[in-house]
Design a protein around this ligand. Structure first.
Ligand code: KIV
Ligand code: NA
Length: 264
């Protein structure tokens, strides 16, 4: 079974084969997800919420992500392993290089950063120095206090056009993957069609190249509420491995996300 790389994901995009991503934070879940055929595992800074119990992702540190990346890497055989760069760990290009190398040395094969145009120099520098980048646009949770809450982004046409422009600029700077979070489905389609690199959606409708969910939502064990865009697959299957297979299958055949999981 060959490793999933950014080339594999580009091939999937070109073939119109929808691929599936999940967050993972430890070796056991990572191994199970990988074994069932999840293509991308993300050590998300969502761990600040689902593992640490914070209300947002801001308290997460580079060492937190490095610890969980090393654990996930031990369980991960086939999937592409992405590590989130946490809040303020990429505020300047210099910090970005140091912190991204810590995550790569912990076992990541790509790092993810939230933001648009202001990140171009960092994306270019990382890529040139051997660190592949996944960009992240839309509802970027590290900016929750700038947005004034976890709110859908890109509803106004000027904001939507800005997001398309940011996506194209990030791709030109070297980003090899893009996550779009909580944006209208039509905008997600516009961005996906405009880019040659694969686009992974969460709360972005069914037209992105891939889908990602937080594992705790898929398994229905998030404390508090389950986001509208998510789906509890454990409920309908009763078994963790079967839940992961159902998620993969529904993404592949286009039944997830349904209209009820999307924003229009
Ligand atoms: O931290 C995370 O889990 C994420 C995904 C939801 C995309 O960034
Ligand atoms: Na994240």
């Amino acid at each position: 079974m060959s490793k999933v790389t950014s080339s594999t994901l580009i091939k999937f995009k070109q073939e119109g084969k929808k691929f599936t991503a999940l967050t993972a934070y430890d070796a056991s879940f990572a191994g199970a997800f990988d074994n069932e055929g999840i293509d991308v595992l993300l050590v998300g800074d969502s761990l600040g919420m689902v593992l640490q119990g914070h209300n947002d992702t801001l308290p997460v540190t580079v060492n937190d992500i490095a610890y969980h990346t090393a654990s996930v890497n031990r369980g991960c055989k086939r999937a592409l392993l992405i590590a989130d760069m946490p809040f303020m760990s990429y505020a300047t290009p210099e910090q970005t290089m140091t912190n991204a190398s810590t995550l790569m040395q912990a076992g990541a094969t790509m790092v993810k950063l939230e933001g648009g145009e202001w990140l171009l120099e960092s994306v270019k520098m990382l890529t040139e120095r051997g660190i592949p980048v996944c960009a992240h646009l839309g509802l970027t949770p590290q900016s929750v206090h700038v947005f004034g809450g976890f709110k859908i982004q890109g509803r106004e046409e000027d904001k939507a056009q800005q997001m398309v422009d940011d996506a194209l600029a990030l791709q030109a700077a070297g980003a090899q993957l893009l996550v779009v979070e909580c944006i209208p489905s039509a905008l997600a389609k516009r961005i996906t069609d405009a880019l040659t690199i694969p686009v992974i959606g969460i709360g972005a409708g069914r037209d992105t190249d891939g889908q990602i969910l937080v594992m705790h939502d898929v398994l229905g064990i998030s404390s508090g509420y389950i986001p509208k865009f998510s789906k509890n697959y454990l409920q309908q299957t009763g078994e963790i491995r079967a839940a992961v297979r159902a998620y993969i299958e529904e993404v592949a055949n286009g039944t997830f996300p349904a209209d009820e999981h999307a924003f229009n």
